[in-house]
Every structure is written in structure tokens, then in C-alpha cells.
Ligand binder design. Sequence first.
Ligand code: C2E
Ligand code: MG
Ligand code: MG
Ligand code: MG
Length: 284
Amino acid sequence: EAKAIGNNRLRVYKSEYGENASKRTKLLFDLKSALTNKQLSVVYQPQFRLHDKAISGVEVLVRWNHPEEGLIPPDVFIPLAEQHGLICEITDFVMQTAIRELTAADLLYRTVPRVSFNVSAADFNMANSPERFVKLLTALPGSWDVIELELTETSALLNLEGVRNVVNVLEERGVQVSLDDFGTGYSSLSTLRSLPIHEVKIDQSFIRDITQNAQDARLVKTIIAMAQALNLRVVAEGVESQQQAAYLSRAGCAEVQGYLYAKPMPLTSLQSFVKNISSAKARF
Ligand code: C2E
Ligand code: MG
Ligand code: MG
Ligand code: MG
């Protein structure tokens, strides 16, 4: 099964690169040139409103197509980039590329009402971090309220002060903030109090077993109720089955993202996907 193969591949990668220092050194070396050699690209994974299956946004995910190794998962090279000061360059590339591609295809605003970017702690570490984001977003042809930054407690929120400096500046322009992998960090609730958050994304590890595991199911229901009480949008990630979708719908989850609806795809596929969306709707 595809998922098992994917997970195994990731495990192999993680152990290979995690334990093999020389391999990691080579990968780091290669990553430095990947940016200049056009080996990085972005893909888009649509998110949907559960009640009418309309596209509510897309999440932008980076891809590295290594000339010899093939596709290297971001779970492998993003931590490497974070550890060695390369993440800002990657963030620049991802934001510039996605804004340019989506604008050229005229998908922003009308067809894709929200674009979410994953960001890391180092993106907030510099005194000029707010200006960096402002400069990147100046490329937008219209208002900035289509932009969302996804923060995780294990990365970006390591530097709460830096995040706050950036968010204070961007929030005035309409930029939204999402807590990614919600529930897996150490202080989800205190984070909600200390930042202007607009959305929580329930981590896929909680979604995976909701139809078999009563405790996971109750936990997810509780997160959704909490989000509603705090007026936060809630997105479930990693939705793979109709049964999971049905449970989430009953629990009042507003938005979903997962292989059941759409996999991450390059721009050209996204263009045909949105064209066919009305016929695609019939499938769900
Ligand atoms: P994430 O932000 O939590 O992204 C969701 C991950 O789940 C993506 O993996 C996506 O392809 C995958 N996914 C989506 N739907 C399903 C599903 O139904 N089932 C399963 N099993 N998986 C699903 P991906 O693209 O490999 O990215 C992994 C992580 O790498 C991301 O987790 C994010 O933390 C990080 N990442 C990806 N792109 C970027 C980036 O541009 N910048 C930064 N800083 N981090 C990134
Ligand atoms: Mg994310
Ligand atoms: Mg996530
Ligand atoms: Mg994640």
C-alpha cells in the first residue's frame, strides 16, 4: 500500500541520514547547491470546507528533486536546513515561487482564497525578519489577507518573541496565523493565549485512528469544540477515508485536507484540478 511504502521510505531516509554522518554531510553540501541548481520546487495541497467541498485554501509544500537520490522528503532536509542556517533561503524561495506561480495562473483570491506557508524558527530570528516578510509579500498583486503562516510548536514557536514581532506587523495587513500539528507540542494551550492565532490544524496523528480509537475520537472532538469556543478555524489534516471525513463532519470540523480529497500537486495539476472541481465534488 502506498502509504506504508511512503512511511517506510521516510523511516529508511531518517535512519540513514540521522545516523550516517558522512551521508548527512554530503546531503548538506548538495542542499547548498540545490537552490542555485533549480532542484527545489513547490507543490500545492488544496484544503476544503467540509459542508460544501469548496476549496478554502492551499498549503504550499517544498520538494527537493535530487539528481541522484530522487525526491528527498522535507522531513529529512528541512531539519538539516534549519540546523545549518539555510532555512531562510528556502522560505524565500518557497514564498517567491508560490506567489509568482499562483499569480501568473490567476488562481489567487477568487479560486484559491488562502495560501498557507510553513515557516521555521530561524525565519523569525533576525532583527529584520518583519521587513523580510513584508518584502516577500509585496509581490502580491492584491491584499495580504490571502496569506497564512503555519507555525509549529516544535519549530517556529521556539522563538515566541521573534514570531510576535513579525506577526504584529503582518497582522495589520490581514496575514493569518495557523498552529500546525496542533496537539503534538508541549504547550498548545498557552500558545493560543500568547499569539494572535486564527486557525488550528489538528495533527494527522490524531486523525489517523479516529474511527477505531475512541480516545483519539474524543480528543479530536474536544479540540474542535475548543477551537469553536475560541472562534478559531479548525482544519483536520491527513484525512484519508470517508469514515474519517464523516466523523469530522459530525464533530463540527469546518475544513479538511488529506489524500481523500487531493494530494500535493504542482501548479499545472492544480490548474486542472480547480477546473474540474465541480465534477470532483460529486465524488466526495
Ligand atoms: P506539515 O506542514 O504538517 O504538512 C503536512 C504533510 O502531510 C505533508 O508532507 C503532506 O504531503 C502530508 N499529507 C497530506 N495529506 C496527507 C494524508 O492524507 N496522509 C498522509 N499520510 N500524509 C498527508 P510533506 O510535504 O512531506 O511535508 C512534511 C513536513 O515538512 C511538513 O509537515 C512541514 O512541517 C515540513 N515542510 C514542508 N514544506 C515546507 C516548507 O516549505 N518550509 C518549511 N519550513 N517546512 C516545510
Ligand atoms: Mg503545514
Ligand atoms: Mg501538520
Ligand atoms: Mg508536520
